[in-house]
Design a protein around this ligand. Sequence first.
Ligand code: AMP
Ligand code: MG
Length: 352
Amino acid sequence: MDTKLYRIEDIEKDFKAIEEAAHLLRQGQLVAFPTETVYGLGANALDGQAVDRIFKAKGRPNDNPLIAHISKREDIEPLVLGVPAKVYPLIETFWPGPLTIILKKSSRVPAQTTAGLDTLAIRMPNHPVALAVIDKAGLPIAAPSANRSGKPSPTTAQHVLDDLNGRIPMILDGITPCSVGLESTVLDMSGGVPTILRPGAVTLEMLKEILGHVEVDKTVLKPLEKGQPPKSPGMKYIHYAPRAKVIIFRGTSLDRITKEVSRRAKEYVREGKKVGILATDETTHQYKGQDIISLGSRKNPASIAANLFSSLREFDDMGVDIILAEWVEEKGEGLAIMNRMVRAAGFRIIDA
Ligand code: AMP
Ligand code: MG
């Protein structure tokens, strides 16, 4: 199939493309579109066959449930059995935005969307193109990240094209980039203590201010133990991984980290490997002779988050064999950064 790529400069002027996208979605087809987190691959969340197409195009394991995206707050009600009172202040504060809320699903939502679970993940994205397409389609849109399963999530239309060209009919591009750059925070509000299953730009600290007690699932920075059922099935799989092998360096000081990275980099180069170093503004000057990408300043974790996935893809484009990455402090948005990084590294972490 041919994949059409439309660039939206202005929602009003380019409304024909939005209409065409909405039409495809209503017909049960797939459309990739930008959100403020990453590019999503959308399908009608109420149509099991349409949702099946997402799993096929991505090569996604079909026990990994999807997030339903809505464009108006009131669209949450028909999708769930009820909205607990404490969910409303979350919606007021963080929607539209990078917070996904898990609630008990209603019977309108097919099993394919939730991978057979009795709960549904829902979010209202904060991106004009995403909101316009969802609104015009008049449907909740299931939309996982628009990458081939296992790869780093796409933060540009070109990334989507690299992964899904010929597998989906349409990609929308434009207006504003994926400013967050990491997927949404996934918060389980379906019963018991509110629990973060996947950290994102809406941080633990921000959620605690509203909810008081919030837990973080054990698997956020650790691999699943054998035989332990995951609360978030997505955490089971290899994720966000570039082609190159990623190794993370953790240490009690930045100095120890950079020294160990430099030492290992030299070793790998001697073995004939092409090495990439994923550094930060504070450390780039410490490295010499390798391909270096700075993710941004440690004082601004949002910039590190925004650059992480595209930098992993950039190293792949450069033909790097091994990426040596520095640990960043796991507070605030740092928790989301490290959650993605440890998975991209397949939990290969060296203590410096
Ligand atoms: P993606 O859309 O690719 O960013 O992935 C969605 C993430 O949300 C995955 O990690 C899923 O496992 C998780 N998720 C979606 N729905 C549920 C649910 N009902 N219960 C727990 N986790 C969910
Ligand atoms: Mg994904």
